[in-house]
Ligand binder design. Structure first.
Ligand SMILES: O=P(O)(O)OC[C@H]1O[C@@H](O)[C@H](O)[C@@H](O)[C@@H]1O
Ligand SMILES: [Mg+2]
Length: 223
């Protein structure tokens, strides 16, 4: 095994599910007469289901009962899982499978670090579960990104020093979490949104072997 750990976020990095989260939140917000746009959606990326709903309600200045809150969470997830049910292999984002295959062949420890409680279901659906040596998802974390808990747990499970890990993330909160964990942060997506990342690429197909080595070489490994 290599001594450098590779940690992937799921939604918007490995699979194109960020668009389904957006659609389901937008429908829910509209049903409550709350305006919800793509810019606001950036603030929900990487954020748990509960925290996302709290933000939407606060933007709409709505206060609701606990019971209604629970039922809205359920409603959103039901719609989201309806989209997930239709997913297949083709929704793995460009370049991801190729990179996972190379990493596996080169014996890098690979982890998933996601806020989603649906992470395993999605990895199974697109047939990627077997690539991961460790999975830390929304069922195992108590502190949401930008808290680094999810990535720290992933590094611990991989048995790799934090500063020897690289994190691939599409969310502002996730890049902050990786930076807070002292890991190398790689933003996948929009340069303007992910400014705080150590490296930024549009998607994995843009990351050449040379780029990948450059990313890994920025780690100040000690062992
Ligand atoms: O509702 P789930 O599947 O548990 O996901 C929780 C969060 O998971 C994150 O990965 C997504 O970026 C968020 O948009 C989502 O709210
Ligand atoms: Mg994401």
């Amino acid at each position: 095994m290599q001594n450098k750990g590779i940690i992937f976020d799921l939604d918007g990095v490995i699979v194109d599910t960020a668009k389904y989260h957006f659609l389901a939140w937008k429908n829910l917000a509209e049903s409550l007469d709350i305006h919800f746009n793509k810019k606001q959606n950036e603030q929900l990326k990487g954020v748990s289901r509960v925290e996302s709903l709290k933000k939407i309600l606060s933007w709409g200045k709505k206060s609701i009962s606990e019971e209604r809150f629970e039922s809205l969470l359920h409603q959103k997830n039901k719609e989201y899982l309806g989209f997930v049910d239709q997913m297949d292999h083709s929704e793995i984002l460009p370049g991801v499978l190729k990179r996972l295959k190379i990493l596996k062949k080169e014996a890098y420890p690979i982890a998933l670090g996601s806020a989603s409680k649906n992470a395993k279901t999605i990895l199974e659906r697109v047939d990627l579960l077997s690539y991961f040596d460790a999975i830390v998802d929304g069922n195992e974390v108590s502190k949401a990104k930008p808290n680094p808990e999810v990535f720290i747990k992933a590094a611990n499970l991989l048995g790799v020093e934090y500063q020897n890990c690289v994190v691939f993330e599409d969310s502002i909160a996730g890049i902050d979490a990786a930076n807070n964990a002292n890991m190398v942060s790689v933003g996948i997506g929009d340069q303007e949104v992910l400014q705080k990342a150590n490296f930024i690429f549009k998607d994995f197909s843009q990351i050449t072997d040379a780029h990948f080595n450059e990313i890994l070489n920025t780690m100040k490994t000690t062992n």
